[in-house]
Design a protein around this ligand. Structure first.
Ligand code: PMT
Length: 409
């Protein structure tokens, strides 16, 4: 269940007696550390009140597609992008039919159309409705479309029938959802990730740095962990909680980051069971300062009256990722390129110059993505190809990157 920690889940509730179980389901998901936002269809509101689900989820419940207040805050497209997974529980026969045929006539169906994250449905309906050929055709089509089916279970039904069609129990749904975040594609590998900015001291109270928040690197750490890797995260000064089951080393400057990286890779290389090719992966997400002041003053530099200019002499920092790529055996080395112009050309130059196996290009001229945003959009480039991942949450981008790395190993 730990895999649900910090996951963003959109829970869709449709109209059916099993809607009462959604309340219990929300508790299970939140207890497991997930953040939950609930979307209810109008039929669902006949069975359970939005207020109940709002109180349990701790977030406003989303009810209508054409809600000007909601669109001004978290509108339907933002909500679709926000989620790491979309779970519809209970999913009624009517909703399943509308989903199958791509309807967009209410908030929940529209969300499903716009979502780029995995969609799971937990059907709940009478056993006769479940078994009907129309419903079975719909279910088959949804599975072909990549939608994940949870249940249904068998047993006594609210209508008095006995058979298949009961919504799975909240504990089981939460467990299946948690398991879905484990891909296993990096099982047996060690992943070392640098994240965040570095700070280069000018004097005891001032430094040179940049706007990196660490979010991209931390999302990659979670994605690599969920793919079965053992993860070490070497983090510059950021304000983020350490993901569960990730080993974190805090550093401040580029020189500290190089020392921590080298020590970590030396330690992993000594362990012969993990030093075979492809078993160590290094991902340089950190926005490392290229230059640092050549000396850091031991005392605070005082303002000199009558002198409007202060000159800082900068010297080049070591290139951490280029140093990693020179190691033997060489870890599978993945860099990032944050560029404001000629993004692909500069990224291609870096992959060659730094001897990388892969580079992730992000256009940081777009203020909505990249530095300090929850969103990103990237082009993943490797020697034989490339793949563009459109704007999405950093968790989704991270999963795509990890998946591509596992295909290139
Ligand atoms: O942290 P967030 O707010 O989530 O933002 C994410 C991000 C925009 C910082 C991230 O997606 C990103 O693009 N990181 C790399 C930023 C960068 O500084 O790129 P660069 O082009 O300067 O460096 C290229 C590569 O060399 C990077 O992998 C970098 O980690 C590495 N490098 C650079 C300089 C240096 N001295 N040592 C390095 O290892």
């Amino acid at each position: 269940m730990q895999r649900l920690a910090n996951k963003r889940l959109v829970l869709g509730v449709t109209g059916g007696i099993a809607a009462y179980k959604s309340a219990e389901l929300i508790r299970r998901l939140i207890d497991a550390g997930a953040e939950v936002r609930v979307v209810m269809t109008s039929a669902a509101q006949e069975f359970i009140t939005p207020l109940t689900l709002q109180a349990l989820s701790g977030n406003p419940v989303h009810l209508a597609l054409l809600d000007t207040e909601a669109e001004a805050g978290m509108g339907h497209i933002e909500l679709a992008r926000w989620g790491d997974a979309l779970l519809i529980a209970p999913a009624s026969a009517d909703f399943i039919a509308r989903l199958t045929h791509g309807h967009g006539n209410d908030l929940l169906t529209t969300l499903c159309l716009a979502a780029r994250c995995p969609i799971h449905i937990a059907p709940a309906m009478n056993q006769g409705m479940w078994a009907s050929s129309a419903n079975q055709n719909n279910i088959q089509q949804l599975e072909t479309n990549g939608i994940h089916l949870i249940g249904p279970g068998s047993g006594y039904q609210a209508c008095g029938d006995i058979g298949l069609g009961r919504m799975s129990e909240p504990d089981d749904i939460a467990q299946i959802l948690a398991d879905s975040f484990q891909t296993g594609s990096l099982t047996g590998t060690q992943v070392v990730i640098t994240a965040g900015p570095t700070r280069e001291a000018i004097d005891p109270v001032r430094y040179i740095s940049n706007h990196s928040s660490g979010k991209m690197g931390f999302a990659l750490a979670e994605a690599a962990r969920d793919a079965g890797a053992t993860v070490t995260l070497i983090a510059g000064p950021v304000n983020l909680a350490t993901p569960d089951r990730v080993n974190r080393i805090n550093v401040v400057s580029a020189e500290d980051m190089l020392v921590a990286t080298t020590e970590c890779l030396d330690h992993l290389s000594l362990n012969s069971s993990v030093s075979s090719e492809g078993s160590i992966i290094f991902i340089g997400t950190a926005a490392v300062a290229d230059y640092r002041p050549d000396t850091s003053a031991t005392q605070k530099i005082k303002k000199t009256q009558g002198n409007p200019n202060l000159t800082l002499q900068l010297i080049e920092n070591p290139d951490i990722i280029a140093t990693v790529a020179k190691r033997s055996p060489k870890p599978f080395t993945v860099g990032f390129a944050a560029e404001t112009q000629n993004v692909l050309a500069y990224a291609n130059d870096k992959i060659a110059r730094k001897n990388l196996d892969m580079i992730i290009a992000n256009d940081v001229s777009n203020k909505d993505i990249g530095f300090n945003s929850d969103l990103n959009a990237v082009t993943i480039i490797w020697p034989e190809g490339n793949k563009t991942v459109d704007i999405a949450s950093k968790a989704i981008i991270a999963n795509s990157i990890i998946q591509q790395i596992s295909l290139q190993l």
